[in-house]
Ligand binder design. Structure first.
Ligand code: PLP
Length: 497
């Protein structure tokens, strides 16, 4: 066995991470010289400056990618292997623990579980175990992991052009924007890198619209309790959640939050400074809470009557998640501005703000920008996502899988009403309201090797890749059954003792 196991090197970095870039602290040359056969290195000493230009004659470490994968990192590394590794590589072998990320800002409560690679709806952990991924990286990997079309698109683009400033033409970006406009209400698209940035642009478009019409005083937006719009200072203010705002100083001015679904509250909140209304067609983080079509239609009418812009945040609901390219297409209500991100790049970071020409009328050269927005790699990934999603039958498949999942989940509720009580959502943005703490259910599902995501209102989200198959849906429900049974059994045992 020539595989290396369970090494954290001195910085807790495992060999599951493959490139020199992702191992900034690893002494690559030392490793390369001491055990080239294990690492797939070839070493040459031709370039005295120590900079790898990428050209063969300049190479110091010419191929730093690891040859071998599927390595188990958890659990002890003993005996001859440990001796060989420690002696041969002059490094200390330590077993990986929960504290494997001491330098990442501790803003996430990370599970003690890491993944090395993915295939479709499956993730393979660093210890080799297979997990059914019903998180899709929180509604991002809509085409699953390592989809051949996305891999091909990125590989091809990587050999051509990685980055180009927005000071020049972007033919592929223009093509992507045109396709998004063709599929939506929009005339213009601004590309950025994340959901929060897309929302920043939405907010700026709305404010600037009124400023351009001679009313810079109209800058306020109405948002809804339970919303989530991102973590930048403006989107946090729009989100309006005390727990996220705490400790960051006064929230940015200009957002008036009202109870979700209450039209009278919206009407009351509209004042002379109101510029627009911002809403998620389905609140994802807030607990998979849908706005009714009637409510959204009433908002549309209100905006038209009062000269306001209607903005939809489709960062989570967009790109096929709810059974059509955009949730609002199924709801029959059209916004003036919309944010997209998450699944737009299928896992490659890209966000977008879409707007009608009228809504975008205030956005002039210099009024907004982004260094990386519309990056060629991101744009090629997003064009490849659209290639797949716009094939006939893609959204039919999402709807079919949604129906199957909902039916199967309903029968679990019938049998395990002590653990789960309600199903919510559309398409493959499904929420299961838990009776027990939702975190307990997420953990029990993880024990069954099914990955899910918590949400507000004690909800557990099932967000499978949209390419999920019938048998994977059935498999997920079987895992949920077992998790519910385990929780029920634990409750019975506790009650008896
Ligand atoms: N808007 C919605 C509806 C979201 O669900 C999210 C993220 O979960 C965001 C905005 C923020 O996106 P990002 O995390 O990419 O900034």
């Amino acid at each position: 066995m020539s595989y290396l196991t369970s090494q954290t090197l001195q910085y807790g970095v495992t060999h599951a991470q493959e490139s020199a870039d992702s191992l900034p602290h690893v002494p690559w040359l030392k490793l390369a010289k001491s055990a080239p056969q294990d690492y797939g290195f070839s070493v040459s000493r031709g370039f005295p400056g120590g900079i790898d230009t990428g050209f063969t004659r300049h190479k110091i470490v010419s191929r730093a990618a690891l040859k071998r994968r599927h390595v188990s990192f958890f659990g002890p590394v003993n005996g001859a292997l440990r001796k060989r590794v420690e002696a041969g590589l002059n490094i200390q072998v330590t077993d990986m623990t929960n504290s494997a990320a001491p330098h990442l800002l501790p803003v996430f409560a990370r599970a003690d579980l890491g993944f090395e690679r993915g295939e479709g709806c499956w993730l393979i952990a660093t210890n080799g175990e297979r997990y059914l991924d019903f998180t899709s990286g929180v509604a991002v990997n809509a085409l699953g992991h390592a989809h051949p079309a996305l891999v091909k698109a990125l590989q091809e683009q990587a050999t051509k052009l990685w980055h180009m400033s927005n000071l020049f033409q972007s033919p592929d970006g223009e093509r992507l924007a045109a396709r998004l406009c063709d599929e939506s209400f929009a005339d213009f698209v601004f590309f950025c890198n994340s959901g929060a940035e897309a929302l920043e642009c939405v907010i700026k478009v709305v404010r600037r619209y009124h400023a351009g019409k001679g009313h810079p005083d109209r800058f306020r937006m109405i948002t809804f309790e339970g919303a989530f719009h991102g973590r930048t200072l403006a989107t946090l203010a729009a989100t309006g959640s005390a727990k996220y705002l705490e400790g960051f100083g006064p929230p940015m001015e200009g957002f008036d939050q009202v109870p979700h679904g209450e039209l009278d509250a919206v009407k009351k909140a509209i004042g002379p400074q109101t510029a627009g209304i911002l809403i998620e067609p389905i609140q994802g983080e807030g607990g998979v809470r849908s706005a009714t079509p009637a409510f959204l239609k009433a908002l549309r009418q209100l905006c038209d009557e009062r000269g306001l812009l209607l903005a939809f945040d489709e960062v989570q609901t967009g790109m096929g998640r709810t059974g059509d390219l955009f949730a609002h297409r199924r709801l029959g209500v059209t916004p003036d501005v919309m944010s997209l991100a998450k699944a737009l790049g299928g896992g490659f970071p890209i966000g977008a703000c879409l707007a009608t020409a009228e809504a975008a009328s205030g956005m002039t050269p210099g009024s907004h920008g982004s260094t990386f927005g519309g990056n060629p790699l991101a744009v090629s990934a997003a064009n490849a996502v659209l290639d797949v999603m716009l094939k006939p039958g893609f959204f039919d498949h999402v709807q079919k899988m949604s129906l199957l999942l909902k039916q199967k989940l309903a029968s679990v509720i019938d049998r395990h009403g002590d653990v789960v009580s309600e199903i919510r959502g559309e398409g493959l943005l499904i929420g299961i309201k838990a009776v027990v703490p939702s975190g307990d259910l997420v953990a029990a599902l993880r024990d069954e090797k099914l990955l899910t995501v918590g949400a507000g209102d004690n909800v557990v989200r099932f967000l499978p890749p949209l390419i999920v198959t019938e048998s994977e849906i059935e498999d997920s429900v079987a895992r949920l059954e077992r998790a519910c049974a385990a929780i029920s059994a634990g409750q019975t045992k506790r009650a008896a003792s």
